[in-house]
Design a protein around this ligand. Structure first.
Ligand code: SAH
Ligand code: SF4
Length: 363
């Protein structure tokens, strides 16, 4: 059976062409699958019956399977999804007054071993397919449509207005599948999101950042976390390959492609590690040529992490130093912490972690 979630628009057109059907039928199908969340060909009433029969014989719409569905007291909802062979990934929906953000995963685990990240500790198993990535959106849309028990806010269905690739995995280490999924998010006939509402977060894989700006320049968040190479080498080990100076140059190139935009620098606040006033001042220096905002993320603990979150006061002072230098800085609200749905807490289930060392060499 061919899973239609694996096909972008052109691939779907080519697929149905094999059965002698015209491109407009792909448009009909896309509307049913993505607009209405329909996975039963029999229900696609305006699609010709003979075409439906052909599809039933050869194709299906198969999202990842839900293993657990947790709803936090603050309305955040987290799904653990089974992607086969005892591997699990996580997606998180974060409702706010004026938007609904879905945080999705790009890999089973992650090979990059940032020391403060639970996913990094899990090791790496494999890349997700484009269908497994877009399938997280498809599934969340379907589940949210029927949700009415959420933080007292009554609305018509739960609409996903923003997508962030900040779940498990390093999206740019799974470039081809991630870009296909991003293109599907932006495609008018699929999800039709504007590229400003789709954010990819990377630990800084420079060659892939350069490629992304040509292929699909969505909003970019860069996980900086340290103001100097000595510290960044330790906590974000990929820095040894792509050091800060080169990373800043790559950020500038990315922005030059999209002049009205800015880079969001993510900075996890680790007590006594990267949170001093002096380090904030150093940060101002290193980012001075990059149009940017800072998102300070209070460290979210997980068992045996070996880190503590900076004090509230320290985080506020750190923020003030950046703001006084004219850099917009926000402190990320921690959501869903009662269900371990906060940044860096997504652990999923990762089997066969032995592949990690092999993968590091290849990114
Ligand atoms: N691999 C990508 C995207 C996934 S991680 C990246 O690293 O950017 C999304 C964000 O959560 C990153 O900024 C990451 O550094 C941050 N993060 C990881 N572990 C965290 C933790 N325990 N507490 C707070 N933020 C964390
Ligand atoms: Fe991977 Fe991002 Fe976690 Fe680093 S912070 S280990 S790149 S998921």
């Amino acid at each position: 059976m061919d899973n239609l979630l694996e096909f972008n628009r052109q691939q779907l057109i080519d697929y149905i062409h094999k059965f002698g059907h015209k491109p407009y039928r792909a448009k009909q199908l896309l509307r049913w699958i993505y607009r209405f969340g329909e996975d039963r060909f029999d229900e696609m009433t305006d699609v010709a019956k003979s075409f439906r029969l052909t599809l039933k014989e050869s194709a299906s719409i198969i999202p990842p399977e839900i293993s657990f569905d947790h709803l936090s007291t603050d309305g955040t909802r987290k799904w653990l999804l089974n992607v086969g062979e005892k591997n699990g990934i996580e997606s998180v929906f974060i409702p706010e007054e004026d938007r609904g953000t879905l945080c999705i995963s790009s890999q089973v685990g992650c090979a990059l071993e940032c020391t403060f990240c639970s996913t990094g500790r899990q090791g790496f198993n494999r890349n997700l397919t484009a269908g497994e990535i877009i399938g997280q959106l498809w599934l969340a849309n379907k589940m949210l449509r029927h949700q009415d028990d959420y933080s007292g806010l009554e609305r018509e269905g739960r609409i996903i207005t923003n997508v962030v690739m900040m779940g498990m995995g390093e999206p740019l280490a799974n470039y081809k599948n991630v870009v296909q999924a991003l293109e599907m998010m932006l495609d008018d006939q699929i999800y039709g999101l504007s590229r400003r509402r789709v954010t990819l977060s990377t630990s800084g894989l420079i060659p892939a950042m350069d490629k992304l700006k040509e292929d699909c320049p969505v909003s970019l968040a860069v996980s900086l976390h340290a103001p100097d190479d000595k510290l960044r080498d330790q906590i974000v080990p990929i820095n040894k390959k792509y050091p800060i100076k080169d990373l800043m140059a790559a950020c500038k190139r990315y922005i030059n492609k999209a002049p009205r935009d800015f880079i969001t620098f993510e900075y996890v606040m680790l007590k006594g590690v990267n949170d001093s006033i002096q380090q904030a001042k150093l940060l101002i220096q290193i980012v001075k040529e990059v149009p940017c905002k800072f998102n300070l993320i209070p460290f979210n603990p997980f068992p045996n992490s070996g880190y503590l979150c900076s004090d509230k006061k320290t985080i506020n002072e750190f923020k003030s130093v950046l703001m006084e230098a004219g850099i917009i800085a926000t402190i990320r609200k921690t959501r869903g912490d009662d269900i371990d749905a906060a940044c860096g807490q997504l652990a999923g289930q990762v089997q066969d972690k032995t592949k990690r060392t092999m993968r590091i060499k290849s990114v």
